[in-house]
Design a protein around this ligand. Sequence first.
Ligand code: PLP
Length: 371
Amino acid sequence: MYDHAALYRHHRELFDSAIQRVLASGRLDWGDEAPAFEAEFAAHLGVRRAVGTNSGGAAIKVALRALGIGPGDEVITVPNSDILTTSAIHSVGATSVWVDVEPDTANMDPDAAAAAIGPRTRAILPVDLYGHPADMDRLGALAARHGLPVVADACLSLGAEVDGRKVGTLATITCFSFAPTKHLGAFGTAGMAVTDDPALADRMERLIAYGQDRARHYRTFGTGAMLEHVEEGMNERLDEMQAAVLRAKLPLLDASIERRRALAGIWRSGLASSAVTPPPERPGVRHSYRNYVVHVDRRDAVRETLATAGIATALPYAPPLHLQPVYRGLGHGRGAFPVTERLADRLLGVPVGPHLSDAQCRYAAATLAAA
Ligand SMILES: *Cc1c(COP(=O)(O)O)cnc(C)c1O
């Protein structure tokens, strides 16, 4: 599925020199790397502001807090995602409201979201599953009709586009993860929240760093000046070492997404005329293929055949959250989200990523088609 060591070897000097630069600077905290990466990432996406965090989950949590969402508020999201999507909502004291998904993309169903909006709804939080953007046109219009912000969980969709518009520019706040297995992987844990709203960005900067004004903190750090906490903050910052690594990797991002798309093409042609349903790519969408997830009957048997042939597989995100032990108490049993459940029973994640060769991909596709 992944080969971090191989990817490191491809660009070893680049990464080593970034790490050496941080160590030699002596500025392990409050240095220039994090702000520089924020500026470079914002420019890459064409957004006004980017706020670095120490994970994708932290980015979602900070986005919700910056929007003032808390106890008594409801946030609409989906049950087929990383648990961090839902736990971020709960961590600010708000209530998650799961809705079912569309049968092709497995993303939030805008009609289901519309039906779930009530007097306590404070935000819509769609997830761009596997790298295919949610229907942001319909969800954005729905949110606008109700005066709600959209917080996009784009932890799987960096590099995706809708009609030439980049993911990151389609929501009030968009959250990314730089976990090692994501498109832009740090050598540890990191994330980012981006927005065109400077007031929200300023607030997120305070929330990730002790509730202090960032410009003041940079000016006074190490001078012995008094602390000034203007609101109750956390420590959810992007650290200098990860920022330096991410700066080295950002120029390689577009090529690595092209590589993912080329491999997706090999998968698609290898599976043509098989009993396997390949992932959709709706008209106007540029999928960024963080995962290549197919749907197939008798999934577990197929999975075993692939394992025997030496091909790794994964089940991203099955079982869905409403059927996980931790959320049983919420009272959504089997049948609560029928489309999500049907997809979860048939989904199969197969390898995709810049560590794979064409030959490996062709072999895996042929094996799956035969299975
Ligand atoms: C990875 C991921 C997260 C969490 O990101 P971390 O960096 O691991 O905190 C949240 N949502 C989705 C959809 C993800 O894929």
